[in-house]
Design a protein around this ligand. Structure first.
Ligand code: C5P
Length: 410
């Protein structure tokens, strides 16, 4: 699996001769596992055709801001929300100046303004234009605004001059974009995550299960691995591939999940229960298929163990995070769950049209003992990264507090 698996990279292309390399960049991003969409400025279309970039990205290229048809498909706000990162390569002097001014006079600048995700630029221009005080001033403004500046490289230029101003090579850009996701916030820590539904057999062909695609839990496991943690993902039956850099343990029933979690807790610092665990099971599944001869069939169900509550109870030093799917009053329900399970943080997600379960988007309300915080609606992969950031901040604060309590006792 590539370093950009499940990442949505919006590639911006502006007018410069290096635009011919952007086709290769898009191909390399896709090789690394990314999904790509392309936004071109009018200047870029003078150097490379939209058709070429459509062919390599696998999607129609976006060019117009005020085009009713385009806006009805994926408009500027949808594009900004879709992306996990925006990479403008090549970024011309003119584009960088417009970005620094905060202009919204074409689709690309507007998407950059509307995006809450990292924006990276790969400048490419004549070395004198790069050295110009106006450009350097713009770059200072952009850096101060946390825009990631990738390059430029030094060397021979298309205009025949030699100096800084060459766009970084596609492979180098892919490596630098991958690094943007590696926060290191959970470096050296072990995280155990549960995901997916469980399947409680009634007989060899029938069972009781919950609705869950596993997408959120897998995204959480992948985000924790990206943040530098050693991750064990204990997953019920799903159709998803194992996330990269994660040890995935496949289980079927709640009891299997309970056993697998407990056998991987040694050395764990954080436990995140995302699985939709079945609350009840048939005590003894029938060995053969139950025939439908009787008009009524009574199944006696017994409670399954609460995996999350058991981890919190038996391993109090592990920072425990639970999920709660709620249709109403998520805050009150989350607060009740925090107390009843004895856990550190609850991520409450509203289930409803376009949210939760099989949907790609979700929104979360994080509730801990002190406060609550809303993570706005976003694709599950970016929401999972935001959640991991919040968990990391709280985990480190808690362990610092524990250290100082320990120090004052000694
Ligand atoms: O109690 P409820 O099912 O609403 O709690 C949801 C949270 O508890 C989720 O984080 C889920 O993964 C976890 N859970 C569990 N074991 C159960 C039931 C729920 O770990 N048997």
């Amino acid at each position: 699996m590539g370093t950009l698996t499940n990442k949505r990279v919006l590639v911006g292309v502006t007018g410069g001769i290096a635009a011919y390399k952007t086709a290769d960049l898009i191909r390399r991003l896709r090789d690394a596992g990314a999904e790509t969409r392309v936004v071109m400025t009018a200047g870029a279309a003078e150097f490379i055709t939209p058709l070429t970039l459509q062919a390599v990205s696998g999607h129609p290229v976006h060019e117009q801001l005020l085009d009713t048809e385009a806006e009805a498909g994926m408009g500027h706000i949808d594009l900004a929300r879709w992306a996990d990162v925006i990479v403008v390569a090549p970024a011309s002097a003119n584009f960088l100046a417009r970005l620094a001014q905060g202009r919204a006079d074409d689709l690309l600048t507007t998407v950059c303004l509307a995006a809450a995700v990292p924006v990276a630029v790969a400048p490419a221009m004549n070395q004198q234009m790069w050295a110009n005080a106006a450009t350097q001033n713009n770059m200072r403004t952009l850096r101060a605004r946390k825009i990631h500046v990738l390059g430029p490289a030094e060397g021979e230029q298309a205009c025949g001059e030699i100096g800084p101003g060459r766009m970084l090579e596609p492979l180098e850009l892919v490596a630098r974009v991958s690094e943007l996701f590696a926060t290191g916030e959970l470096e050296g820590l072990k995280v155990v995550v549960t995901a997916g539904p469980t399947w409680e057999a009634i007989d060899p062909v029938r069972g009781i299960t919950n609705r869950s695609s596993g997408k959120m839990g897998y995204a959480v496991a992948a985000a924790a691995a990206e943040a530098g943690a050693r991750v064990v993902l204990v997953s019920g039956p799903t159709a998803l591939p194992d996330p990269p850099r994660v040890q995935t343990v496949r289980v079927v029933s709640a009891q299997d999940m309970y056993d697998a979690v407990h056998s991987h807790l040694e050395g764990a610092h954080i436990f995140i229960g995302v699985a939709a665990v079945a609350d009840y099971r048939v005590e003894q599944a029938a060995p053969g298929k139950i025939k439908k001869t009787a008009d009524r069939l009574t199944l006696e169900l017994v409670r399954n163990p609460d995996i999350l509550a058991a981890v919190a109870h038996r391993r109090p030093h592990i920072y425990c995070v639970g999920f709660a799917a709620e249709t109403d009053d998520p805050e009150a329900n989350a607060r009740a769950k925090l107390a009843s399970k004895g856990i550190d943080l609850v991520a409450a997600n509203r289930v409803g049209p376009g949210l939760g379960f099989e949907a790609d988007d979700n929104e979360l309300l994080l509730v801990d003992r002190d406060k609550s915080k809303r993570l706005a609606r976003a694709p599950k992969s970016s929401l999972a990264r935001a959640l991991i950031h919040e968990v990391a901040v709280r985990y480190h604060a808690e362990s610092r507090a524990q250290d100082s309590r320990q120090a004052s006792r000694n």
